[in-house]
Design a protein around this ligand. Structure first.
Ligand code: NDP
Length: 296
């Protein structure tokens, strides 16, 4: 059996199309243009790439994009002052502070300084609490994208066994919460989990968010299971030429695709959905701020 490949690139393009339609309606009917502010501190190359593509796609769907690039040695007080200004700015509906921040900045303090209503990454403690109690919140983009792909593939997820490998605040934990809210039986595995292969083998749904290249082999997978591979790992690829690299996920695609029922590829799976969900969250934040109906 060969798994169905879940095409995140195509799905994300569809989501961006829906976002663009909603943005056009907000402009035409209400004269409102949703605005997203992205704050980048320092010049981490991976973060630079993410910020650039977020800015490009924000503009492509018709929203306004504001980028604030601050020096790596920016004082915490200055960053907090910028966030306070963005919180007060009626043209800005979403604020994203690109992580990781340089070591001298307190990430929790900075994230919790964002107005929760504009916290389109869903990392503010208020949004974490709202999600944890099943209330309306801003949902973190990567797990939201994973959930959308799972719902699209399965319809109802009720009663399914889900194993998430990884317990980070930005992926593993919110993913668990979302799947629990969808009535899955959820297990969160991590570096101290005993018999990880056995734990993974019970899963109807495996979400791998570890950051270890190709760690999950096909013989850990229950036949027919759905695999969502969140990992983005860059490996040297001398076969492509000197200095070249390639991206791989946290699962060994070649062996998993033979066993699973469905699988997301890397690249082209979770990654594009993350940015699409960021745009969708910004429109949602804009609608809520203006007391308008939210997109579905
Ligand atoms: P973190 O490093 O914050 O968390 C990794 C988790 O994996 C930890 O909970 C850790 O356990 C667990 N882990 C590490 N080694 C093992 C092991 N041998 N067995 C079981 N569990 C293990 O990573 P993130 O959650 O931030 O990211 C995970 C991956 O997803 C990365 O590759 C990242 O690049 C990618 N990513 C992709 C995104 C996208 O848009 N596609 C967005 C965000 C992340 P413990 O807690 O015990 O240390």
């Amino acid at each position: 059996m060969t798994a169905k490949i879940i095409d995140g690139k195509e799905f994300a393009a569809r989501v961006r199309g829906q976002v663009a339609t909603h943005v056009a309606r907000l402009k035409a009917d209400h004269g409102i243009t949703p605005g997203l502010a992205v704050v980048l501190v320092g010049s981490d190359p991976a973060s630079e790439v993410y910020v650039r593509s977020k800015g490009k796609m924000t503009v492509e769907v018709g929203m306004s994009s504001v980028e604030h690039r601050l020096d790596a040695d920016t004082a915490e007080a200055d960053l907090l002052a910028l966030i306070a200004d963005l919180n007060d700015d009626p043209e800005i509906h979403g604020i994203l502070v690109q992580l990781p921040l340089p070591k001298h900045l307190n990430e929790d303090l900075v994230i919790n300084a964002i107005d929760p209503a504009k916290d389109v990454d869903g990392f503010h403690i208020s949004n974490v609490g709202l999600l944890g109690t099943g209330q309306k919140s801003m949902v973190p983009c990567t797990p939201l994208g994973c959930l959308m792909m799972l719902r699209d593939h399965h319809g109802s997820l009720s009663g399914m066994d889900a194993v998430i490998i990884g317990r980070s605040n930005i992926v593993g934990k919110p993913m668990a919460q979302l799947l629990l809210n969808d009535s899955c039986t959820v297990t969160i595995a991590h570096s101290r989990t005993k018999d990880l292969p056995d734990v993974v083998r019970r899963a109807d749904i495996v979400v791998a968010a570890v950051g270890r290249p190709e760690m999950v082999p096909g013989d850990w997978i229950k036949p027919g299971a759905t695999i969502i591979d969140v990992g983005i790992n860059r490996l040297d690829a001398p076969e492509k030429g000197e200095g070249k690299t390639r991206l791989v996920g946290d699962v060994d695609f070649a062996s998993c695709v033979e066993v699973a029922g469905a699988i997301t590829p890397v690249p082209g799976g979770v990654g594009p959905m993350t940015i699409a969900c960021l745009l969708a969250n910004t429109v949602t934040a804009c609608c809520r701020a203006n007391g308008l109906a939210e997109p579905e």
